[in-house]
Design a protein around this ligand. Sequence first.
Ligand code: BTN
Length: 251
Amino acid sequence: MKIFDFPLIHLPQTESTNSHLKEMLKNESPIEGTVVFAHEQTKGRGQAGCNWESEPGMNLIFSMLLFPSHIAVEKQFILSKIVSFALVDVLNDIQPGFCIKWPNDIYYGDSKIGGILIENEIEDNRICSSIVGIGINVNQTAFMSDAPNPISLKQIIGHDFPVAILMVMICEKLHDTYNESAIPLKIKRIEKRYGDLLYRGNGYHSFWDKNGEFTAAIVGVKPEGYLMLQTAKGDIRQYLFKEVSFTPPHV
Ligand code: BTN
């Protein structure tokens, strides 16, 4: 199925495309695959309650509705893997070098080009709906927020890239990868490719947890989302989002 087979709602301005889809879920019966994209968000939301900065018309900001009943609640991180893998696969076709910084930031070198905000509704231990919000910096070249390391596609490839075309490329890849995720063998392949695309996925690096700095290698990401690190002594440590950092804490 092609993305053009699904409802595509374009909003000149909205608080947040995720919030808009959430309202639609309450008041209408949007079908799976519905996409809401916006020229401008007035209250764009990022991970951990942060704002998501996006200059009007410059970037890709959209949300897609999924009903992933085939994914068990305790394995819901698989959805993050599917989405981040699909994003990086598309971006790497434009310019090689993109990777996934666990849990689901999209990176080029040490800079962040995009992020994902997935909001699941859970009932009877099943995911009944999932709003997948995606923000990719496309043509913006100056960033006002205090995000430490933003970058855009334009800054990487040296010229503008059409936002709508990027959205179609991503939605199509997302549909394909999501459909594959119902097939156990294919899901294993997606998990493997997610692992291969991880930022600092090879060799030993510095990490910081509540006890300070340590050196470790990434050895995997569990279906529940835990980052698995192996220290030089061979100990395995597992962390959830915000329990470990790739950079020193701010002083
Ligand atoms: C992150 O903090 O890295 C996640 C950013 C997700 C931003 C996107 S933009 C479209 C969608 N609507 C929102 O309000 N947030 C997501």
